[in-house]
Design a protein around this ligand. Structure first.
Ligand SMILES: [Zn+2]
Length: 362
């Protein structure tokens, strides 16, 4: 079968590999669509980070490069391994793409399996990936979805769940909450979409005019301000009930001035969630955190959030279609996918890839 495989920095090859089979406890999925993520671009430009090198195997998967890429995917169940009796061939599914040690509690009560030692992702650390025709995944990580959700939109559920978990880390949304999102990249937009679907009024702060336009059009924000044109802190305070600022804020840029803005624009006792990955230390004005009793929290990926995120999508309260800005064949992954996302990242949000020409043409 066809697969996009990471060999090394700048070296991803589309090649023929052997088809996987569903071992005991696994589900064989025929991939429909797979999104390209910022993390994939990062591996390509600066990696290997999550991907193993060619001589050091990942401690859990045991695999070395090359590994198949793609962790944001949807598909159709093609076969069930021994012992899997609660899914059927033909079911539509998405994958929570974790590689986690077998002795970690990944039950529905766990709040920290995603933080366990050597955690990695299917499609980065080994175990196949969505940028291929088929992938075999442990039953635990396969989530059935309604056939009413189009499979292209379903491929966006993985990054949407990152936003869902971020909102969960803020304690969820209360009716009438005002939320500020710093940055309208893919995760900022999807976090905004979750917040609005849960009843918050959302303000996005974003320098790029095209991204601000997208935020409003896609339903990710009620207001989108440019920090180069207006005083975002003042605008947020004006929109808040009592002039005191946002109830919840989400940092989705890893940019110092955005963090500073959030500290000023968040109301006393408000919550700030750091969603972006920071490659370097930031400066934090502790006095503001103290004097406003702010609650600053981190968030990474998701933990037991897929079922609720899928329910939210099934409820029809948010539309994932506007976040899909391109569809390509896996064969064109680098030229039409990676290059577009690297060089035209103001207009591209999610580019989805498939190995099936019929899906692309339908
Ligand atoms: Zn991702």
């Amino acid at each position: 079968m066809k697969a996009a495989r990471f060999y090394d920095r700048g070296d991803i090859r589309i090649e023929e590999i052997e088809e996987p089979v569903a071992a005991a406890g696994e589900v064989l999925i025929k991939v429909a669509w797979c999104g390209i993520c910022g993390t994939d671009l990062h591996e390509y430009l600066d990696g290997p980070i999550f991907c193993p090198t060619h001589d050091t195997p990942h401690p859990i998967s045991g695999e070395t490069a090359p590994v198949t890429m793609g962790h944001e995917f949807s598909g159709v169940v093609e076969a069930l391994g021994e012992g899997v009796d609660d899914l059927e061939v033909g079911d539509h599914v998405v994958v929570e793409p974790y590689i986690i040690r077998d002795d970690v509690n990944t039950g529905p009560d766990s709040k920290d399996y995603h933080l366990s030692q050597d955690m990695n992702f299917i499609g980065l650390g080994g175990r196949g990936g969505g940028l291929s025709e088929k992938v075999a995944v442990k039953r635990r990580w396969v989530h059935k979805i309604s056939k009413d959700i189009p499979l292209d939109q379903a491929a966006v559920i993985e990054p949407l769940t990152v936003g869902y978990h971020a909102v969960d880390r803020a304690g969820g949304v209360k009716e009438g909450d005002l939320a500020l999102v710093g940055g309208a990249g893919p995760i900022g937009l999807l976090t905004g979409a979750v917040l609005r679907a849960q009843g918050a009024t959302v303000v996005i702060s974003e320098l790029s005019e095209l991204r601000r336009k997208k935020a409003i059009e896609a339903g990710a924000a009620d207001y989108a301000f440019s920090p180069a044109e207006v005083d975002v802190v003042e605008e947020v305070k004006k929109l808040s009930k009592d002039g005191k600022g946002a109830d919840l804020s989400f940092e989705c840029t890893s940019v110092q001035v955005v963090l500073d803005t959030l500290l000023d624009a968040t109301r006393p006792t408000g919550k700030i969630v750091i969603v972006s990955i920071w490659g370097k230390p930031a400066t934090v004005d502790m006095h503001k955190i103290v004097m406003k009793e702010l609650d600053v929290r981190g968030t990474i990926a998701y933990v037991n959030n897929h079922p609720d995120t899928i329910k939210l999508v099934e409820s029809g309260k948010l539309d994932l279609a506007p976040f899909i800005t391109g569809k390509i064949m896996v064969d064109d992954l680098i030229e039409k996918g990676f290059d577009t996302l690297i060089n035209h990242n103001e207009t591209a949000v999610k580019i989805l890839a498939t190995t099936d020409p019929e899906r692309l043409n339908s």
